[in-house]
Design a protein around this ligand. Sequence first.
Ligand code: K1U
Ligand code: ZN
Length: 173
Amino acid sequence: MTLRPILIHPDPRLKKVCAPVEAVTPEIGALAEDMLQTMYDAPGVGLAAPQVGVLQRLFVMDCVKEEGAARRPMVLINPEITWTSEETNTYEEGCLSIPDQYAEVTRPKRVRMAWTGLDGKRHEEEFDDLWAICAQHEFDHLNGKLFIDYLGPMKRQMITRRMEKLKRERARG
Ligand code: K1U
Ligand code: ZN
């Protein structure tokens, strides 16, 4: 298992539409395991492959937050949104690729997603609350969309400038 570095916005790889996973190979299994460990280590509740520089359609998530509760690591390969609720939910989102920046985003409160699991089988499930927010946030990553793309141009530019500064500082060491 390897912790993978998480790309920081702005990075052209975070703006790409990712390619479908052709087959669930041992390499995809190893990538998913690395992504889960990277997500828990961050810590975060989700992580999409492009955030670690892999432009393929998969993400991981585990939105169990209760102290002491069992983990529920999920790996969603080639996910599709099959249904969204009319009811919406507004949540102050963050992103591991945009550290320490938060903004309110409104999304459908519940979604159904279909995906291929590491078992190679197709699965379908309805997500609610934080699970639904996270699943939609990660799905957006696979289409090169970040939560700041839901904001007005002024706020988006302000956050982007902060991230450019952060990256310059990190590069200087
Ligand atoms: O994709 C990412 O950058 C991970 C991101 C996903 C996310 C889930 C839900 C809302 C917004 C963004 C995070 O993991 S944010 C950090 C986090 O750890 C967290 C978010 C909400 C509740 C508890 C923790
Ligand atoms: Zn994110």
